[in-house]
Ligand binder design. Structure first.
Ligand SMILES: *Cc1c(COP(=O)(O)O)cnc(C)c1O
Length: 374
């Protein structure tokens, strides 16, 4: 069940109920525009990852600026995107289990649907379901380029699986996915570049091997916010999948640019708005945003505008903040903006985006694809 929105259109940000997920629309729109500009004039297709925002409203804005469609990580996300009007969706992940596969195949009758495989038996199951539904699944062989998550090894193992896919009625072999997830948050710019150069090398060789068999391999897809410029310039990748750039988070802000300074290509546009609910000591404030409002897998949030304050401890509904000199004047009921450590799982905890411009609520967007991902 969806909760009631924490604000009304036209409200001042001071009147937004908390904890609330706030999107600063100016920064958000700049991030979308910056991404579109950075790929302008290149042949690289932008397929942003919607696991970050989980909202067909945001997907529509990305597509309006040139994205070819979106990536999803789960069938539930794909269903929400198609229902929201997105016509081209890649599930950049493996889909396993009869019920999920049937849902995916059914969805492929309504939109162009892509999926990744790293197992021949799974490819057979997908093909069977696609035939049963009279649908075609654009199928990508996922190659492990170094992340040690999903994916077959580059070279012959990927070529062998591509052969199976190409021969299976119901599937269309669309190409390769090589997403280097663990390279995204490597801090040093040069190290990220080297990691992607190696990945592109492996994918280029694999693609050549597949084409030697007479099987076309039109798409090589991958990349996240931390590395997409390297994939885009590699000459091997044809499509990039950045997600976090729309919002940015505290973890991504620690990545360094080519000059060794923190990369500032994209701005923080996502905040959790919290209220000071207790002020038990001069140097301590307790906020109403804890584990139910923020994800902590990449560390605690930063307190916007207060570099000397530290979010030290989270409980279900409480966030304990140690205040520096700058925060001592905070009073009960005051509002504080938090920059999440990790945007995607933070978004997943909320039902609504509160879109704000100039301190006023301008939009309320349902986070339609949130949830555990069934
Ligand atoms: C998460 C993910 C992305 C997007 O990465 P960001 O770091 O959020 O930009 C792209 N592709 C795949 C397969 C992913 O899992």
């Amino acid at each position: 069940m969806v909760s009631r929105p924490p604000a009304r259109i036209g409200d001042s940000i001071e009147d937004v109920d908390t904890p609330a997920l706030v999107v600063e629309l100016d920064a958000f729109e700049e991030n979308l525009a910056h991404m579109a500009r950075s790929l302008e004039g290149s042949a690289i297709r932008l397929r942003p990852h919607s696991k970050t925002h989980k909202s067909p409203m945001v997907a529509a804005k990305q597509i309006a600026l040139g994205a070819v469609g979106v990536c999803c990580q789960t069938v539930a996300e794909a269903e929400a995107m198609v229902m929201g009007g997105v016509r081209d969706v890649l599930v950049s992940n493996e889909v396993v289990g009869e019920r999920k596969i049937a849902r995916l195949a059914a969805l492929a009758r309504q939109a162009r649907l892509g999926v990744c495989v790293d197992d021949a038996g799974n490819a057979e199951a997908l093909a069977g379901a696609a035939r049963a539904f009279g649908a075609t699944l654009e199928t990508y062989v996922e190659v492990d380029v170094g992340s040690r998550r999903c994916g077959v090894d580059p070279g012959a193992p990927a070529r062998d699986l591509a052969r199976r896919v190409a021969a299976a009625p119901g599937l269309r072999f669309a190409g390769l996915q090589g997403y280097f997830g663990s390279a995204q948050h490597v801090r040093a710019h040069a190290e990220r570049r080297v990691a992607i150069a190696e990945a592109a090398g492996k994918l280029g060789e694999t693609k050549a091997l597949i084409e030697k068999d007479g099987i076309a391999c039109p798409v090589v897809t991958g990349a996240g916010t931390g590395t997409y410029r390297f994939e885009a310039a590699s000459g091997v990748y044809t499509e990039v999948q950045p997600g976090s750039y729309v919002f940015m988070d505290r973890d991504y802000a620690r990545n360094l640019g080519p000059d060794g300074a923190p990369a500032r290509d994209f701005r923080h546009s996502l905040f959790v708005l919290a209220t000071v609910m207790s002020r038990p000591a001069t140097d301590r404030a307790v906020l109403d945003a804890g584990l139910k409002a923020l994800a902590f897998d990449s560390g605690p949030p930063a307190i916007d505008g207060q570099a000397d304050a530290e979010y030290v401890r989270a409980a279900d509904e409480h966030g304990v903040v140690r205040l520096g000199e700058g925060g001592r004047q905070l009073r009960l009921g005051d509002k504080v903006r938090l920059i999440p450590g990790h945007c995607d799982p933070t978004v997943n905890l909320h039902d609504w985006y509160v879109g704000v411009r100039g301190g006023r609520v301008e939009a309320l967007w349902l986070i339609a694809a949130r949830g555990a991902g069934t």
